[in-house]
Design a protein around this ligand. Structure first.
Ligand SMILES: [Zn+2]
Length: 248
């Protein structure tokens, strides 16, 4: 085990990524209890909700109430996913500690998911990043489809490196590399990381491995061996990672 970092940092995204595809409606009070239990369990960074339009992701309605009502613990960051400036403003109005933004390494996925190209998606986030900088709110960037896309299949590692570099240059302090459809293997993760580690130190990178085909742990281990020690986790496991809006 000596070839992996001594410590990993866990970024818990269950209340957002885990719940967003649940079919049954989950009461806000249950979500609040989930977030509180996660902080009681010792998790110090929790993506507690998202400020996307509830018309598109009904399961994320009520995110304001989560941020307003959850019993916050000292030292714990409560983070919000935001799709645009309107989402950012909603997140800030309820004192989100940080925000996350998202794009994909696949043009087709972005077109289907958020109806714009990769570059257009990044442009949409410019005002969010600017406002966050001015308010001293850290911004985390998600890149989805890092090794495979449901529309394009294979994704070139260089495409992941290019979009990751753009987000880092704009001011994202960390990039979460997402295997959104869980098709990664240690081999494809390593090839992707060869490219991304050329443009970023490992300290700025996280991996976000969906377990669709049972490969998440192997992929995380391969990433740890490359020095990537920030790991996204989800206490609620989605078994249905079909492409939906804001599926990161
Ligand atoms: Zn995800």
């Amino acid at each position: 085990m000596s070839d992996i970092p001594a410590k990993a940092r866990i970024v818990e995204v269950g209340p957002r990524d885990g719940l967003q595809n649940e079919k049954q409606v989950i009461e806000t009070s249950v979500k609040i209890e989930l977030v509180e239990r996660l902080s009681n369990a010792g998790l110090s960074y929790i993506e507690a909700g998202s400020f996307v339009n509830p018309k598109w992701v009904p399961q994320m309605a009520g995110s304001e109430a989560i941020f307003e009502q959850v019993k916050r613990q000292e030292g714990v960051k409560y983070v919000a996913l935001v799709p645009n400036m309107a989402g950012y403003e909603r997140a800030i109005s309820v004192q989100a500690d940080e925000v996350s933004i998202f794009t994909a390494a696949s043009e087709s996925f972005n077109k289907k998911n958020i109806n714009c190209s990769i570059d257009e998606s990044i442009e949409r986030f410019l005002p969010v990043i600017e406002a966050a900088k001015a308010a001293n709110i850290p911004v985390r960037g998600y890149v989805s489809c890092i090794v495979g896309c449901p529309y394009e299949g294979h994704i070139e590692p260089s495409a992941v490196a290019t979009v990751s570099k753009k987000l880092i240059d704009l001011g994202c302090y960390e990039i979460s590399l997402g295997d959104t459809i869980g098709v990664g293997t240690p081999g494809s993760m390593n090839k992707m990381l060869d490219a991304v580690l050329d443009i970023s130190p490992a300290e700025k990178l996280a991996v976000h491995c969906h377990d669709t085909y049972g490969q998440a742990l192997a992929n995380i281990y391969a990433s740890l061996q490359r020095g990537v020690s920030i790991i996204d986790s989800s206490v609620v496991i989605q078994d249905d990672v079909a492409c939906r809006w804001v599926d990161v």
